[in-house]
Design a protein around this ligand. Structure first.
Ligand SMILES: Cc1cc2nc3c(=O)[nH]c(=O)nc-3n(C[C@H](O)[C@H](O)[C@H](O)COP(=O)(O)O)c2cc1C
Length: 208
């Protein structure tokens, strides 16, 4: 059976419409063959000129995950500080993506698998080519009941991330995606209505 056949477990529509950001994970390991299928989906993604200027690092080693978890936590707060948020007391109470992102920053190192998505060239075109690969991975993961969230790091930790994983200076870490079986459920995503964000033949003519 091929990766494509295994992904037939779930319809494309169900995967696309229920693949929300999963930020809390069960500790259960993800079988190697599932991780492999997720990566096989990644490298099928569209990319500029089919030059495939990307490189992925699948992180499963417990110590490396712990260390990346610490760096992620530091990066997350460095990003918040750039935005004038200095601690949990500055984050509005109640359910919000920022609050759940903060919680994930605390628990990041517990994700059973993390993938660093890198561009082999330090250009916006190279970085742009990694974006479809990230979405392919999330959709494939969804097909296997595995959740994840696209995350970015912060310049403050980049040298240490490069060092930890032997990433050459000529490459760029674009995203870091933690994966795991969700604590909680997949479900429909909340988005603005189409007519608000899509024009018909003109910016200001709502698409119906
Ligand atoms: C480019 C990009 C960067 C993101 N960075 C982060 C991040 O650093 N931390 C995080 O928790 N979520 C991050 N997210 C996830 C978004 O917050 C999430 O996709 C958005 O809130 C929609 O969530 P939903 O699909 O569950 O509705 C990122 C998403 C994208 C596309």
């Amino acid at each position: 059976m091929t990766t494509a056949e295994r992904l037939g477990n779930i319809s494309l529509g169900e995967a696309m419409f229920t693949q929300r950001a999963i930020r809390r994970f069960k500790p259960d390991p993800i079988p190697d063959e599932v991780v492999r299928d997720i990566m096989e989906a990644a490298i099928r993604a569209p990319n500029g000129g089919n030059t495939q200027e990307w490189h992925f690092i699948v992180v499963r080693d417990a110590e490396k995950r712990r260390m990346l978890g610490e760096l992620y936590h530091e990066a997350w707060w460095a990003k918040r500080k750039d935005a004038g948020i200095n601690g949990p007391e500055d984050i509005p109470p109640g359910k919000s993506p920022m609050r759940s992102a903060m919680r994930m920053a605390n628990e990041f190192g517990n994700a059973p698998v993390m993938v660093l998505l890198c561009s082999t060239v330090r250009s916006s075109a190279g970085a742009g080519s990694v974006i479809p690969a990230a979405q392919n991975m999330l959709l494939a993961a969804r097909g296997f009941g595995v959740g994840g969230t696209i995350t970015t790091l912060h310049p403050e930790v980049m040298d240490r991330v490069h060092q930890l994983f032997g990433i050459p200076d000529t490459a760029l870490v674009v995203y870091c995606i933690p994966f795991g079986y969700p604590r909680g459920a997949f479900g429909p995503v909340t988005r603005k209505p189409l007519a608000e964000v899509c024009g018909a033949d003109h910016w200001a003519s709502p698409f119906q």
